[in-house]
Design a binder for this molecule. Structure first.
Ligand code: PLP
Length: 485
């Protein structure tokens, strides 16, 4: 389209976005559509001749919005939040409008150097250990990945490579194919399913260790599993500890686990703080990461709770050479004159191409500031969302003795269940029925979870339009539906 048409279209699109967010309360959070609905709305084939902007625009409501789950609707409590901020949107516009694929320093020096500085700004703002800062403190540093899963994949592959090199140097007669089946990854049964997925992709066995009734992986459970595996000639390779588990927002004991990984065994410790890592922006929450200085890598999704739109996952590593050694391939067209002294982020990730993702971090940090991000996470006093909202909701639940809070509420997640004296299995069945009723009712959207055999409902607060009124409404719906089970 012509630049003048683009100007008109872009203005209309921005107005649409503003109105979408302003009037989001009028939309049903979870759509009524059935699988396959989209085929009936779209033609069987792409148009041969391009259509006008007006034609496309008029289809946004008819086609796109009909099947949307509205993550920023006030009735959305299902998953950890999806960030939405206008500074990040502005950066996305520039990123697409001045395209570059910054796989190496030479492919776009600005893209590479902005990312390096932004990862350092963030590391300092989150008070990460100095080993994760580029340059001055050693071989560590940060990189943007698309998702927490990709962060886990590159680190697990790096750990695999590290162990293979170590074992081969101890016994050169071995082949890497002798070593691979002996490797083991450890994580807890409350960690995210992505650990298991990455284990599958890396072809490393994953042990899901019990986090117990409290949802916390402790030293003894891990050490016992490691000792048992070593007796069976296995090689403990990688531990994934979670800060802010997805089912119940609990925190593995990183201090204890880190001591095992660093001092007793030689194991890569990855910290998955995809959700809760954002809280480290506030000094009062930093205790959740006690012992982080012993981690080999640390990951946080800025696109959850740190105001940077999807996708933007920050990964920091203590020693980047493990990443670059495991993913370093070359071709003449990728070479450039400064490659010995500059960062080529293509070696830190799976794809070759990468966008100028740090632009949105820069825009957010500059326009919101660290104070603004702290307020966003805390949402105390006059501002009304986030952690304070979860506490508000917890208090509502606690006033009704038919319900129980299942895990301590520390950040933005409230886990609750209807109490029924008797067997777990009966109580679970009642809560499953409650969940079905809530889903069918459609006024709010949430997802259940199960930990240690206990089924419960999760209410994830903290999305941009979560307010006291939205939480009151959520609680009314849960109570109303509980009368029906
Ligand atoms: N780890 C945790 C603790 C999560 O909560 C999530 C997603 O919610 C993930 C990992 C996976 O995130 P991603 O979709 O970025 O791979």
């Amino acid at each position: 389209i012509e630049p003048d048409t683009f100007r008109i279209a872009a203005t209309a699109m921005i107005d649409y976005i503003i109105n979408y967010n302003k009037e989001i309360g009028n939309r049903q959070t979870f759509p009524d559509v059935q699988p396959g609905f989209m085929r009936n709305l779209l033609r069987a084939e792409a148009p041969k001749v391009g259509e006008s902007w007006e034609d496309v625009y008029s289809d946004i409501e008819r086609v796109v919005m009909q099947g949307m789950t509205h993550w920023v609707a006030p009735g959305f409590f299902a998953y950890f939040p999806a960030a939405l901020s206008f500074p990040a949107l502005l950066a996305d516009l520039l990123c697409g409008g001045a395209p570059c694929i910054g796989f190496s320093w030479a492919a776009s020096p600005s893209c590479t150097e902005m990312e390096t500085v932004m990862m350092d700004w963030l590391a300092k703002a989150l008070d990460l250990p100095p080993c994760f800062i580029h340059g001055r403190h050693g071989p560590g540093g940060g990189v943007i990945q698309g998702t927490a899963t990709e962060s886990m994949l590159v680190t697990m592959i790096a750990a695999r490579n590290k162990v293979i090199s170590r074992e081969l140097s101890r016994d050169p007669k071995l082949s890497k194919y002798d070593i691979l089946p002996r490797m083991v990854v450890y994580t807890s049964d409350c960690s995210h399913s992505s650990v298991e997925k990455v284990g599958l992709l890396s072809m490393i066995e994953v042990r899901k260790l019990s986090a117990g009734r409290k949802g916390v992986l402790r030293r003894k459970t891990l050490q016992d599993a490691i000792d048992k595996d070593k007796k069976n000639n296995k090689i403990p390779t990688f531990v994934c500890a979670t800060l802010g588990t997805t089912p119940c927002c609990t925190y593995d004991n990183v201090d204890e686990i880190g001591r095992i990984c660093k001092f007793i065994e030689d194991i890569w410790l990855h910290i998955d703080a995809a959700y809760a890592g954002a809280a480290l922006i506030c000094p009062e929450f930093r205790h959740i990461a006690d012992g982080i200085k012993r981690a080999t890598s640390f990951n946080l999704n800025l696109h959850k709770w740190l105001m940077v739109n999807f996708d933007c996952s920050g990964l920091w590593v203590r020693d980047s050479s493990y990443l670059t050694d495991s993913a370093n391939v070359n071709a003449l067209f990728l070479e450039h004159q400064t490659q010995q002294t500059t960062i080529d982020y293509r070696h830190w990730q799976i794809p070759l191409g990468r966008r100028y993702g740090s632009l949105k971090i820069w825009f957010v940090l500059c326009m919101v500031g660290i104070d603004g991000l702290q307020t966003h996470v805390r949402r105390f006093y006059h501002v009304r969302r986030g952690v304070a909202e979860a506490k508000y909701f917890e208090n509502l639940v606690r006033k009704d003795e038919r319900f129980e809070i299942v895990f301590p509420v520390t950040l933005g997640l409230v886990c609750l269940k209807l109490k029924r004296p008797g067997l777990n299995i009966e109580e679970n069945a009642i809560n499953e029925e409650l969940n079905r009723k809530i889903q069918a009712d459609r006024r709010i959207h949430l997802v259940p979870s199960i930990v240690h055999g206990i089924y419960f409902l999760r209410v994830a607060t903290g999305s941009v339009n979560c307010s006291r009124q939205a939480l009151d409404n959520c609680w009314d719906v849960i109570r109303e539906m509980s009368q029906l089970v």
